[in-house]
Design a protein around this ligand. Structure first.
Ligand code: FES
Length: 115
């Protein structure tokens, strides 16, 4: 089960912890369920409005993520990830520190999601 800690500098007193057990729900859906105000627009990995910073917590080995092409494209366009960082993540199966909340489905790990 994943423990997700949501945090925002605008809502410092409202750090929220949410557990995701289904492995099918996106971070955006979990945020909506828990009334966490992550900004979003398209909900489909196209606009980049929902970009969040993801930090692995705890001492489990970080899990790599398969990023869909449209998420890679948006993260590159936003300048959140460089081409060489992207190649390094793909070659070494590393997680991305930036994700689109509408595309990110957390797995069995604990993460901090900053929005
Ligand atoms: Fe548009 Fe996530 S809401 S990319």
């Amino acid at each position: 089960m994943a423990l997700i800690t949501f945090s925002s500098p605008e809502y410092k007193d409202k750090t929220v912890y949410a557990v995701a057990g289904s492995f099918t729900e996106t971070v955006l859906k979990i945020a909506k369920t828990n009334k966490i105000p992550i900004q979003f627009s398209c909900g489909d990995g196209e606009c980049g409005t929902c970009v969040v910073k993801v930090t692995q917590l705890g001492d489990k080995a970080p899990m790599g993520y398969h990023l869909e092409e449209k998420e890679k494209t948006v993260l590159l366009e936003l300048g959140k990830i460089t081409k060489s960082e992207m190649e390094d993540m793909i070659v070494n199966d590393l997680p991305s520190k930036w994700r689109l909340a509408c595309q990110f489905i957390p797995r069995d790990e604990d993460v901090l999601v900053e929005y």
